[in-house]
Design a protein around this ligand. Structure first.
Ligand code: KG4
Ligand code: ZN
Length: 381
């Protein structure tokens, strides 16, 4: 089989991205344009603004990815695009653009689930490093701003299939990082700044607990066709606990002062954060992160034990978190698991992962018709 060059397009949330990937194993180009500056004043992603930014940026971003790869629309073998889940308007921009190009240059269109993309970010980079062996059963934790999902992943004739064995019942882990950062006046997105500040604090300073949902959800278990437990997460309670701590300790005035100062700093550096945060805030941030990381690791490792897993993939924006990586590496290897993460640039949203996930579909000719529509709540199976 000769090489296949797939152009991937991703526009599900607040990054416009295009990439060219060779045969699901080599990133030739990967251009990611973040809308961070657009959404920052609002403390979170504004869907209408996201669609407008995607519209403005999609053509230059795709052109740049093709140019960097030395390819044209005619010289790629297929065009892959995120179909869902994500913001409906944002998804439509990428999907409509991809359809139009496929129609114009007569190339196959491949519709990709964003969560499958995150899983294939890890597989792509492992193949790129020369690691072509994957020991099954494989468990994937997809942990991002919109998702905290556990999937058992298997290969079949047509490519990959997935069984969901856990998800968040309310906020996603990344969403909790973002909301806690917002309520502490630390800006948006919250994950990267909490990650850096937490290194300076005492993670045992504030005691937080996360709900332990040990009992199998029988309805889900029956849907899955077995009686094994479901490993669900919940992070809205810890966000409320942080808010209560802030109120009890009269931190509101200091938070407001920090928020006002940060408005005037375009790109805050570590010195700025340290100057703007007192010890109590830094300890609070470290304790919050420790509680979320412990919960993610404990539940994932419990699921891995229950399903006799050999390989664990940890992916999505929150997989960029240093403490999460270190804890999974240490505790995962103690549990006899092989643990893999994407590099930090491929942890957060990007189109290389979409092009990589499309490769098995390209091989099995699993192409989408021109009537395919965006699915904001798309499920991964
Ligand atoms: O995968 P992603 O780029 O977009 C979604 O599909 O949601 O993930 C974005 C999320 C945000 O919530 C962001 O705060 C979080 O990933 N994130 C982090 C870190 N870097 C990004 N969370 C914790 N630590 C980080 N270093
Ligand atoms: Zn994502």
């Amino acid at each position: 089989m000769s090489d296949a060059f797939i152009l991937g397009i991703e526009s599900s949330c607040d990054e416009t991205s295009a990439a060219v990937v060779r045969s699901g194993e080599q990133v030739i180009s990967n251009v990611v344009l973040s809308q961070f500056a657009t959404h920052k004043p609002y403390g979170g992603v504004v869907p209408e603004l996201a669609s407008r930014e995607h519209l403005r940026n999609i053509v230059p971003v795709v052109r740049a990815a093709l140019e960097q790869a030395g390819r044209s629309y005619e010289s790629v073998d297929a065009i892959a695009v995120t179909q869902g889940p994500g913001l409906a308007g944002a998804l439509l921009v990428g999907l409509s653009f991809a359809k139009a190009v496929c129609f114009a240059v007569d190339k196959p269109l491949i519709a990709v689930n964003h969560l499958e993309g995150h899983i294939h970010a890890v597989l792509l980079e492992e193949r790129q490093k020369g690691n072509h062996e994957l020991e099954f059963p494989v468990l994937a934790l997809v942990v991002s701003g919109g998702h905290t999902h556990l999937f058992m992943a298997e290969t079949c004739d047509k490519g990959w299939t997935y069984q969901n064995i856990g998800h968040t019942r309310d906020d996603a882990a990344g969403e909790a990082f973002d909301k806690v950062a917002k309520l502490l006046g630390l800006g948006y997105p919250g994950g990267p700044v909490i990650d850096r500040l937490a290194k300076l604090g005492d993670p045992a300073a504030v005691k937080f607990s996360t709900p332990q949902m040990k009992h199998p959800d029988r309805r889900d278990a029956r849907k899955n066709g077995d009686e094994r437990p479901h490993f669900d997460f919940s992070y809205s309670g810890i966000k409320t606990a942080v808010l209560r701590y802030v109120e009890l300790n009269d931190m509101a005035a200091a938070i407001e002062a920090r928020r006002k100062e940060l408005v005037h700093i375009a790109k805050p550096r570590m010195e700025d954060w340290q100057r703007l945060c007192d010890r109590q805030t830094i300890d609070l941030v470290a304790s919050f992160q420790r509680a979320v990381v412990r919960d993610l690791v404990n539940k994932t490792l419990a699921a891995a034990a229950e399903y006799n897993v050999a390989t664990l993939l940890v992916t999505g924006g929150v997989a960029a978190n240093s403490e999460l990586r270190e804890t999974f590496e240490r505790d995962g290897s103690q549990a006899g698991l092989k643990v893999f993460f994407p590099s930090r640039p491929l942890s957060t949203d990007n189109a290389a992962m979409i092009a990589a996930a499309a490769y098995p579909k390209f091989l099995s000719k699993d192409f989408a018709g021109m009537d395919v529509s965006a699915e904001a709540g798309m499920v991964l199976r």
